[in-house]
Ligand binder design. Structure first.
Ligand code: HEM
Length: 120
């Protein structure tokens, strides 16, 4: 039987560690940190853990409509989006996710760009 990436890499606790490191990188970035001023990062880690788990074939589901709604008023440009995707990629690699699996997650995230970027 085929297992999902979510199962192979160790479920929510593993994904949470990756996502937690990812947000450390985001907050260390001078261009990205400003987006997260006043945001409850514990809550963000919870949400993003669910989102990344979903991309790894695990439970939880975020629709593109939800993503569009939460990012609608954040004035996110393509450059910031690209930076976030790169930091997520780096965090997955840091935690030993295989290149082929990283590529699947990266492609999935890139396909959501149109729902998140609002400044051209
Ligand atoms: C790369 C793809 C991205 C994904 C998959 C993603 C996913 C998410 C998710 C799942 C949430 C939580 C939604 C909820 O509250 O239920 C969220 C919120 C948020 N995202 Fe993103 N995001 C992405 C890119 C970005 C980028 C590029 C920025 C800014 C540079 C950003 C800034 C934020 C902020 C500030 C919030 C909190 C909004 C609030 O609570 O008012 N996101 N994102």
């Amino acid at each position: 039987m085929r297992t999902t990436m979510f199962e192979r890499y160790g479920g929510f606790s593993k994904v949470r560690g990756i996502v937690s490191d990812f947000y450390d990188k985001v907050l260390d970035s001078p261009s990205l940190a400003k987006y997260f001023t006043g945001i409850d990062m514990r809550r963000m880690i919870d949400h993003q853990t669910k989102f990344v788990s979903q991309m790894m074939g695990g439970p939880a589901s975020y629709t593109n409509e939800q993503l569009a709604r939460v990012h609608a008023n954040l004035s996110i440009d393509a450059r910031s989006y690209g930076e976030v995707v790169d930091l997520l990629t780096e965090s997955l690699e840091d935690h030993g996710v295989e290149a082929a699996d990283v590529a699947v997650i990266r492609d999935d995230v890139m396909s959501r760009k149109v729902h998140i970027v609002t400044i051209r």
